[in-house]
Write a protein that binds this ligand. Sequence first.
Ligand SMILES: [Zn+2]
Length: 374
Amino acid sequence: MKYNYFTYNGIVFVIKYDENKRIFYKLDDGQLISLNEEETEIINDLMADKDGYIYFSEKLNKIVNSNKRIIVPESINILEVFNWFEKNIPKKYLDNFYSRLATLEMDLHLNAIYDKEILASDYGKVNSAGGYNVLDNTIILNPKSVKVVYQIAQKTNNPIDFFYNEIIHTLIHELWHMASSKHDWNSKVALSGFDTYPTDNVAENNRGLTEGMTEFLATCALPSRFELANSYYFETCFIIQLCVILNFNVLLDSYLGNKGTKILEDRLTQLGFDSSKAYELFRNIQANYYLFNVDGKQNLLGNIQDSLLDYLDVVCALDNRKITLLDTYEKVLVTLEVIKGMNKKPDNYEGIDENIRRFKEIKSKYKTADIVRN
Ligand SMILES: [Zn+2]
């Protein structure tokens, strides 16, 4: 019998049809072999409907229309927001997005702006305006903070834009939490980004990294929201530093796949360091997040950036494409100015000046080499 086959990346793929299904194999020495995970991904990508906009929108439309627990005012084009997600989430994680969305309960409480009873004055932090609950699969905006945002908006030049930008930014942040979460009712284990709940293992919990990644992804939709007032500014900086050292897709895959920090630690360790260094780095990111409001001398932030600079130095020597990313890295290096801008005392943060000195040294070492090479 003649096989239907094609060759891609040097691999001979065979297509068979069985009961309305299309099955792919690879041909090796005349034998049909089942595809491994990587090869399956290649095929899924090749056979994906690249003009899937309309198809996916119909699917989304169906989900949104049949889920009556998504309560959003008509002033927000929620389908457009969801569509941004389906275009940006890698294919293998889309099913989780759809199934979470189908059972999502969401109330933005925008009516709070008309509520005269809500005393908004004691609710300070605009950025913690919303919350996602992994167990119930709910997104709720705090009515009080909705009112705070509304009141702040009235003092700006464009109140309506300001208000909706802030609300949609919060909404997108919470939707990334939803897209990166799973909950198993049988085992009662919840996974969210880099976190596992409940766990006694310090390595399975990293709220700092999870929030940093979530916020970084939200600012990909609305870049103007990446500012010092952002509650997760430090964590977002660490994520972007890690994106330069490793790469974005490795971080995204660990985050959406709930793979913890192990793969990231292994990649960093492969650069030629002791594995305990990467382990400690991620635990420090976690500790630093929880200690955000603790006012006193500390060197966690400085140590985190110092470790990351060790990796950056090696990675630039190994791969000269990284050198072009040094300017990006510089923009997300936490400086004493940044700390001051966040209403914190620079004197309490040991090692930050040393971080900057080291970064400049690394930059001039590789930039000079780069110019000479070119
Ligand atoms: Zn969050």
